[in-house]
Design a protein around this ligand. Structure first.
Ligand SMILES: [Zn+2]
Length: 133
């Protein structure tokens, strides 16, 4: 898993530097993440990633749109560590079959490609947002 994380960091750094994704980078991401990459790209295409920054602390959290039927409309997501979706719980934490869920991948890619919708709120509002999940 550490190798996958290192590869992902290197790919994202290159993507962020050029603000674009090459076919070769997409192939590598597809090799690493398979169906979750396809799902993450669909979320990106739909503009489904929002970065919430709170003031004055500058803390950030991502809200990522869900695409599964009957799922929550969006999930709170810390791209490296946590997502509030069921796939994160089952596939990433319980079974260790995936290193990231599709929402984490979408947040990482949107961040690198500067494709996040930006929202600013107070630290108090962010605290309430985190309490809701
Ligand atoms: Zn998720």
């Amino acid at each position: 898993m550490a190798v996958v994380e290192a590869a992902m960091r290197a790919i994202l750094a290159a993507v962020e530097a050029s603000a674009t994704v090459t076919d070769e980078q997409l192939s590598m991401l597809n090799f690493l993440f398979e169906k979750n990459l396809e799902r993450a790209l669909r979320i990106l295409d739909q503009g489904g990633v929002q970065r919430v920054t709170s003031e004055p602390s500058h803390r950030t959290v991502f809200q990522v749109t869900g695409e599964s039927k009957g799922a929550a409309p969006c999930y709170l997501c810390f791209p490296d560590h946590y997502c509030s979706c069921q796939s994160f719980y089952f596939d990433v934490v319980a079974k260790s079959e995936q290193i990231y869920c599709k929402h984490q991948l979408a947040a990482k890619l949107a961040n690198a490609l500067h494709m996040c919708k930006e929202v600013t709120m107070s630290d108090e509002e962010l605290a309430y947002l985190l309490l809701e999940c």
